[in-house]
Design a protein around this ligand. Structure first.
Ligand code: NDP
Length: 288
């Protein structure tokens, strides 16, 4: 038996279509178009690729895209002034500051300056607190995309054993919170975890968000486990995940490939979060 390969690209395309329909309905009812502002400081090549992709997807969904590019030597005060301007702009529903930021800027201070109700990346401490407290807020796009893929595949997750490898604020921790909200029994593993293969082996759901190429081996997995590979690692010019895909295939029940698994979900969920932000700001319920 070979694992089902989860087609994140197809799921993300469907989500983007649903968002586009939601944007059209919102615009007709509210008399304005939802808007996403993306701020890029400097000329990091990977960031430029991401920002361009976000702009294209935003426009394709029928939303306004406000792209703001600042030079690499921008001061923290200037960036904070731009964030304040975007917070106050009624045409802007979502604000995303592309990370990483140049060394002279304190990224935490910038994230904290974003209006939590426009924080469509879900990185603001208020949104992290809302997620942990079970309140409505914005959830980081990558883990929310992972959860959508899992629920689409498995349906009800309640009672399942989930192991999240990685405890970053942008992937691991919010992923664990989301799985807990779905009533999974959640273990968070990290670089100090003892006997990681044994920890992973008891999981019905494994989410790998480590950044180490092909670290999770097939023989670490419980047969039939659903495996979500968040890792994006470039090895010899090729993208590979954190899971050794070929060795996992005969053991897992379902697995996301890299590329084409989690990756495409991130931007689709960003668009979805922006549509939700527009509805919340207009005090109208957002359709599913
Ligand atoms: P971070 O580097 O912030 O976090 C990595 C985590 O992995 C840390 O918690 C670290 O533990 C843990 N870790 C490191 N080595 C080991 C090990 N040997 N055993 C167990 N745990 C270990 O990374 P991110 O969370 O930002 O990203 C993780 C991966 O996901 C990266 O490959 C990144 O490129 C990818 N990514 C993909 C996205 C997408 O859209 N598909 C979006 C965001 C990220 P400790 O805390 O102890 O140091």
């Amino acid at each position: 038996m070979s694992a089902a390969v989860i087609d994140g690209k197809a799921f993300a395309a469907g989500l983007r279509e649903r968002v586009a329909a939601g944007v059209a309905a919102f615009s007709a009812a509210a008399g304005r178009t939802p808007g996403l502002a993306v701020v890029l400081v400097g000329d990091d090549p990977a960031s430029q690729v991401y920002v361009r992709a976000k702009h294209k997807a935003t426009v394709a969904a029928g939303m306004e895209s406000f792209e703001r590019r600042l030079p690499a030597d921008t001061s923290q005060a200037d960036l904070l002034a731009l964030v304040a301007e975007l917070n106050a702009d009624p045409a802007v529903d979502g604000i995303l500051v592309q990370l990483p930021l140049p060394a002279q800027i304190d990224a935490d201070a910038v994230i904290a300056a974003i209006d939590p109700d426009k924080d469509v990346d879900g990185f603001h401490p208020v949104n992290a607190g809302r997620l942990a407290s079970g309140l409505d807020g914005f959830v980081p796009c990558t883990p929310l995309g992972c959860l959508m893929l899992l629920k689409d595949r498995l349906g009800d997750l309640s009672g399942l054993d989930a192991v999240v490898i990685g405890r970053s604020n942008i992937v691991g921790k919010p992923m664990a919170q989301l799985l807990l909200r779905e009533s999974c029994t959640v273990t968070i593993a990290h670089s100090r975890t003892r006997d990681l293969p044994a920890v992973v082996r008891r999981a019905d759901i494994v989410v790998a968000a480590v950044g180490r190429p092909e670290m999770v081996k097939g023989d670490w997995l419980k047969p039939g486990a659903a495996v979500i590979d968040v890792g994006i690692n470039r090895v010899d010019g090729k993208l590979v995940g954190d899971v050794a895909f070929e060795s996992a295939l005969p053991v897992a029940g379902a697995i996301t490939p890299v590329p084409g698994g989690v990756g495409p979900m991130t931007i689709a969920v960003l668009l979805r979060n922006t549509l939700v932000a527009a509805h919340r700001r207009a005090s109208v319920p957002c359709p599913d």
